[in-house]
Ligand binder design. Structure first.
Ligand SMILES: C[S@@+](CC[C@H](N)C(=O)[O-])C[C@H]1O[C@@H](n2cnc3c(N)ncnc32)[C@H](O)[C@@H]1O
Length: 239
């Protein structure tokens, strides 16, 4: 199931970089180190109409670095699409690691699933079809999941990010990370009121503004907003 909102602009670069510089970075330090199976998944996804939603390869490389540095073992992903970030995660976990992956779009997940199998990491992936809020509430019901996750990646319905945050802060362990994607929202956060913005950018903009302000005030977390891709805010749980 895919949303009706217009996905026109590329989320793969922030306004901070020129196209040429971004291309240079991809060709010099990202593509040469991108595992073959991720490349194949990216190429397969590029034929899909909503391919701009996929996590960019530079952001994927960054997530893989983070997961390795943290020795992450138990992770949760909210918003899978065809699974680029999911496969980055599964490739970075130890062989007994697990990623629970929540999405309402099983059809998109199934496009990427063969690449997860090909990579030999399917045993680490637990895909759960359905609204992410239900999946998260289900996890919360079991107290053994509280403070269980090393890393949580959130890349789904932006209007719910703050509702997710209220819940996810209980699921991530103290010292663990929640990463919210698209927190620079294609640069629209600083657009002037007269600027023409695609419908879906305008629709979610206030939610992202609210999220950014709320995270900045939340004393339970340390934050770092990283201007990679469309912006990712890392929240390390402190208490
Ligand atoms: C930006 S894409 C995720 C991209 C993905 N991380 C990747 O690397 O390709 C957003 C995804 O969130 C999913 N989504 C949107 N609303 C959702 C909801 N309420 N519950 C679960 N998934 C949702 C969409 O189906 C879509 O696949």
């Amino acid at each position: 199931m895919l949303s009706n909102l217009d996905p026109t602009p590329s989320c793969h670069k922030t306004l901070l970089r020129s196209d040429a510089l971004y291309q240079y970075m991809l060709e010099t330090s990202v593509y040469p180190r991108e595992p073959e199976v991720l490349k194949e998944l990216r190429e397969c996804t590029s034929r899909h109409s909503w391919n701009k939603m996929a996590t960019s390869p530079d952001e994927g490389q960054f997530l893989m670095m983070l997961l390795k540095l943290m020795n992450a073992k138990n992770t949760l992903e909210v918003g899978v699409y065809t699974g680029y970030s999911l496969l980055c995660t599964a490739l970075s976990l130890p062989s007994d690691g697990k990623v629970i992956a929540l999405d309402i779009d099983k059809e998109a997940y199934e496009i990427g699933a063969p690449f997860i199998v090909k990579a030999g990491v399917a045993h680490k992936v637990d895909f759960r079809d359905g609204p992410a809020m239900d999946g998260i509430d289900m996890l919360l019901k079991d107290e053994s999941n509280h403070g269980f996750f090393d890393f949580i990646f959130v890349d789904a319905d932006k209007n719910n990010y703050l509702n997710y945050h209220k819940r996810l802060i209980k699921l991530v362990k103290v010292g663990g990370l929640i990463a919210y994607d698209n927190t620079l929202w294609n640069g629209a956060l600083v657009a002037s009121p007269n600027d023409e913005l695609p419908k879906y950018i305008r629709y979610y903009m206030d939610y992202i503004l609210d999220l950014n302000e709320t995270l900045a005030q939340d004393s339970r977390i340390q934050i770092s907003q990283v201007p990679i891709s469309d912006g990712i805010t890392l929240c390390r749980r402190l208490i």
